[in-house]
Design a protein around this ligand. Structure first.
Ligand code: MG
Length: 250
């Protein structure tokens, strides 16, 4: 009997406490709306390939004022017909400005006259921060090693698909790049990551770089702490052309 009494008292106490618990506040739509700060306005270009209002135009076809050669001297590549073309033997060209995280648009064209095969056909490259290469190559009916073809992060990540247009036809790369953050000892805290669309087709989906691009050797072995770096275009001896280059710092 006593047991039932204790139980009844406890039940009453619990019911009393429960009855006193306030109802949770009823949510309204505006409770989860964030208004400030207002989103910055960027005016897009006419076409998606045109520079938006907040882009830095690195090359508009008229001059190479934003570029130097690898020694800091004027860039020597051929400027004609609204594009700039690799002049064999003059070496890389690079932006005077340096960048960390960015969105980059760049258009490229391999020679209409097909010469060579595999890595010897329409080879150039675009280096993020001067050391991470996104391969430029004519892979239209041209086999090469998969992690060295157009759209690859050279010798690290093969492209998801081969989205190459024919030789002599302009192609686009749209790149979203996040620079690495470093630990005190110079190793990556977060490695660089990159997303690439080639001609509007996704070829790299937020992949992590293993280290700087190495022609021979293991990228992980050469990771070194670095700061902002230029966009570098490669002279691989083939007359590859570039045009309409713009960048948005992120
Ligand atoms: Mg290359």
């Amino acid at each position: 009997m006593r047991k039932y009494l204790v139980f009844a008292v406890l039940l009453y106490a619990a019911a009393t406490v429960f009855a006193q618990t306030p109802e949770p506040m009823k949510m309204k739509p505006e409770m989860t709306e964030i208004w400030d700060p207002e989103i910055r306005v960027v005016t897009p270009g006419q076409a998606p390939s045109d520079a938006p209002s907040d882009a830095i135009v690195l090359f508009d076809g008229t001059n190479l004022n934003e570029w130097t050669n690898g020694k800091g001297e004027p860039a020597e590549w051929t400027l004609a017909d609204g594009c700039v073309t690799v002049k064999k033997g003059t070496g890389t060209i690079q932006t005077k400005r340096v960048f960390n995280d960015f969105q980059l648009h760049i258009e490229w064209r391999t020679p209409a006259e097909v010469v060579g095969e595999s890595q010897g056909r329409g080879n150039s490259g675009i280096f993020m921060q001067g050391i991470y290469e996104l391969q430029v190559l004519d892979n239209y009916n041209n086999r090469t090693y998969r992690n060295g073809q157009a759209g690859s992060i050279y010798k690290q990540h093969p492209p998801l698909v081969n989205a190459c247009k024919a030789p002599g036809v302009w192609q686009t790369y749209d790149v979203i790049y996040t620079a690495p953050r470093f630990n005190e000892d110079g190793t990556y805290f977060t490695p660089p990551t990159i997303t690439v669309l080639q001609n509007g087709v996704l070829v790299q989906n937020n992949v992590k770089m293993r280290g700087p691009t190495e022609y021979i050797g293991i990228p992980e072995y050469t990771v070194k702490k670095h700061g902002a770096g230029p966009i570098v275009l490669q002279d691989h001896g083939n007359p590859v052309s570039f045009r309409n280059i713009w960048i948005r710092e992120l």
